[in-house]
Design a protein around this ligand. Structure first.
Ligand code: NAD
Length: 351
């Protein structure tokens, strides 16, 4: 495939540190240059050997640019994406694609009018922890699933840049929540969400949330719990899933998934154990006579496939991996989560 010309808007952590680096090593795109509103960032780009456009107009009038990646603070996504689409570019926007569904709908309408592709960089669809949970869920080995828990726990508070401000679309729901919600809808793509309940944390912030606890109830009965925390000094496991016949756990990034499955349901096997100040048979742990256990190592996964797919989609050879319907679903869940946090009630809505 002939490499497609790519320009990146925003030469910060994600634009410079991720997209440009990936593009320089890419087999499908050629990095033609970057634009940033901060002149210091443009100087840095040039120092790094990357062409710096003097203005957004100059970038957009470069006919060699087929794809633009937008990696700037969240509140600027909508206007910048629409400008790029109107200039005839295919657009990849960083997450969260928009701050509300109405904005996203305007962006989608602009892409349809321009006849250009538009997607969001949901790179965490390539995370192997989620991919292993999804594969096990699809395999059905654990029987009917009751609960999936997906967490990221840190202890450093929210970064003290634009992410700490409401004006720029800061907060952990937009920052990490959007990833874990997108993953939830990937794990269970075929059952609608029927209820969203959310609590927000303000441990180190007052303007925007620095953590959240969101419970999604799917129509098929699965309760999917998403938790982002930035003041947790002992982290809970990254993933936990449990069903009628077994449970799975992934302790942390880059750990194997541990799975324990029921072999034989023999109610009489339990001998009471001492539990603190009492005895229990109900909570007595199982051993290898009634269960088997195994580990699933990290599979191969290549986030470059995001750009490979988008380039093939631009050529009309594939459908874009992250579709408009999926983008709308994620933002709808986020809207319901904020509504729930505001009202203190679960939002019963089919999403
Ligand atoms: P950052 O602050 O490090 O960089 C943002 C850059 O954009 C800065 O250099 C700033 O000068 C520039 N900028 C601001 N407004 C601009 C505008 N209107 N036009 C051009 N340049 C502008 O922020 P970041 O961490 O790189 O985040 C950027 C985006 O990437 C956000 O939407 C964020 O949510 C997303 N992000 C995604 C991931 C991921 O894993 N997908 C990870 C981090 C950040």
């Amino acid at each position: 495939m002939i490499k497609k010309g790519l320009a990146v808007i925003g030469y910060g952590g994600m634009g410079g540190g991720f997209h440009c680096k990936k593009a320089l090593a890419s087999d499908v795109v050629e990095l033609l240059g970057v634009f940033d509103t901060d002149p210091e960032k443009l100087k840095k780009a040039e120092g790094d050997g990357i062409h710096a456009y003097k203005s957004l107009d100059e970038l957009l009038s470069d006919e060699r640019v087929e794809i633009v990646t937008v990696a700037i603070p969240n509140d600027f996504h909508k206007d910048t994406v629409i400008r790029c689409l109107n200039a005839g570019k295919n657009v990849i926007c960083e997450k969260p694609v928009a701050l509300c569904l109405a904005d996203l709908n305007e962006m989608i309408a602009a892409s349809e009018k321009a006849g250009k592709l538009f997607t969001v960089h949901q790179n965490r669809r390539w995370d192997t922890d989620m991919l292993r949970i999804k594969a096990l869920y699809e395999k059905g080995e654990l029987g009917r699933i009751s609960v999936i828990e997906s967490r990221v726990h840190g202890s450093r508070g929210i970064p003290s840049d634009w992410r700490k401000t409401k004006e720029h679309g800061g907060g952990m729901v937009y920052d990490w929540g959007v990833h874990l919600i997108d993953q939830a809808l990937c794990v269970i793509p075929d059952s609608p969400v029927v209820s969203v309940y959310c609590n927000l944390d303000y441990m180190t912030t007052s303007e925007v949330d620095d953590g959240c606890h969101i419970t999604l109830v799917f129509e098929n009965g699965v309760r999917y719990f998403v938790e982002i925390a930035t003041s947790n000094f002992i982290a809970l496991p990254r993933f936990y899933m449990t069903g009628m016949f077994g449970s799975a756990i992934i302790e942390s990034w880059e750990q194997p998934m541990k799975v324990t499955v029921l072999k034989k349901a023999d109610e009489n096997d339990a001998t009471p154990i001492r539990a603190e100040s009492g005895l229990t048979k109900t909570m007595a742990p199982r051993d290898e006579t009634t269960t088997y256990s195994y580990e699933v190592p990290m599979p191969k996964s290549d986030v470059h496939d995001f750009y490979r797919n988008f380039c093939r989609a631009v050529d009309g050879k594939e459908t874009q991996t992250v579709t408009h319907a999926q983008m709308r679903r994620v933002i709808s869940v986020i809207e319901a989560a904020f509504e729930s946090a505001r009202t203190g009630e679960a939002v019963k809505r089919i999403i």
